[in-house]
Design a protein around this ligand. Structure first.
Ligand SMILES: Nc1ncnc2c1ncn2[C@@H]1O[C@H](COP(=O)(O)OP(=O)(O)OP(=O)(O)O)[C@@H](O)[C@H]1O
Ligand SMILES: [Mg+2]
Length: 254
């Protein structure tokens, strides 16, 4: 494995909010173009893990290495790091008083100091890619949840992050809007984006993942290919977790 291929490496990360360990000695390597899907029961530490990766949470032990640089060092400039690690949340966090296009341009103009004329075309191209070019002058309140989430993805994409983190981005959406957002993520995956995705959408996880990582109780319990994990998990904990999802038709029919 070539070292230059590694985008992000997590070494022995531990996190504690003060009431006992939440993440215990987590290690993980993400290659360029790889899609890692993290699944696991509620409260097992998935969101905390993503938040640690882009400095929204401090960590007690371990190292996070992005592009060969230790970003958990004291002097890390997180505003710079966050341009390389994009994050999309369940709540879209668009600015309500700004149009779609202005929400998207804010990062490039403010954080990257670019000129509007440099980035407007790209913003429009990305909006077109997610099927929302006709909404560029709309305000967030005029959009559906699925449309807002696609705008939030474009807002992250336009920063050209090296890796994108998605934390249950469809969890707050009505069922009919889930598909349109998952389709955008599938397309990103196919086009070579490096992504870490936390999701409870098991069919999507299976379709999009190169690697599935199963968390439970702040530990990585099992890591595997989607085929292996979803058809023949190694651990009893993973098996029990998967059995709680009704989509598991093989089980039901068997
Ligand atoms: N700011 C905080 N302060 C103290 N404890 C916290 C904080 N945030 C999360 N926790 C605790 O850390 C644990 C992991 O939470 P986290 O949100 O990472 O879980 P999760 O796997 O994302 O769950 P879900 O699937 O419900 O989103 C939980 O026990 C939670 O109560
Ligand atoms: Mg969570």
């Amino acid at each position: 494995m070539e070292k230059s291929e590694v985008v992000l490496e997590v070494r022995n990360l531990s996190k504690d909010y003060g009431n006992g360990p939440i993440l215990k000695d987590i290690s993980m390597t993400i290659q360029k173009g790889e899609v890692v899907v993290i699944i696991g029961p509620s409260g097992c530490g998935k969101s905390t893990f993503l938040r640690c990766l882009n400095g929204l949470e401090s960590i007690q032990q371990g190292e996070i290495i992005l592009d060969g640089q230790v970003i958990t060092a004291e002097k890390t400039k997180w505003t710079q790091v966050r341009q390389k690690i994009g994050m999309v949340f369940q709540s879209y966090e668009l600015f309500p008083h700004m149009s779609v296009i202005d929400n998207i341009l804010l990062g490039p103009l403010k954080a990257q100091g670019k000129q509007k004329k440099e980035v407007i075309q790209e913003a429009e191209r990305l909006l077109d890619r997610v099927g929302l070019l006709d909404k560029k002058d709309a305000y967030p309140r005029q959009l559906s949840g699925g449309q807002k989430q696609r705008v939030a993805i474009v807002r992250s994409l336009i920063m050209h992050p090296e890796i994108m983190l998605f934390d249950e981005v469809t969890a707050a959406l009505d069922p009919e809007m889930v598909r349109e957002v998952l389709d955008v993520m599938l397309e990103l995956a196919k086009s070579g984006s490096t992504m870490i995705i936390v999701t409870h959408e098991m069919q999507f996880a299976r379709a999009v993942a190169d690697k599935v990582v199963f968390f439970d109780g702040g530990d990585i319990v099992e890591t595997g290919t989607p085929e292996k994990f979803f058809t023949n998990p190694e651990t009893e904990r993973a098996r029990r977790f998967l059995n709680t999802f009704t989509f598991n038709i093989e089980e039901k029919e068997g």
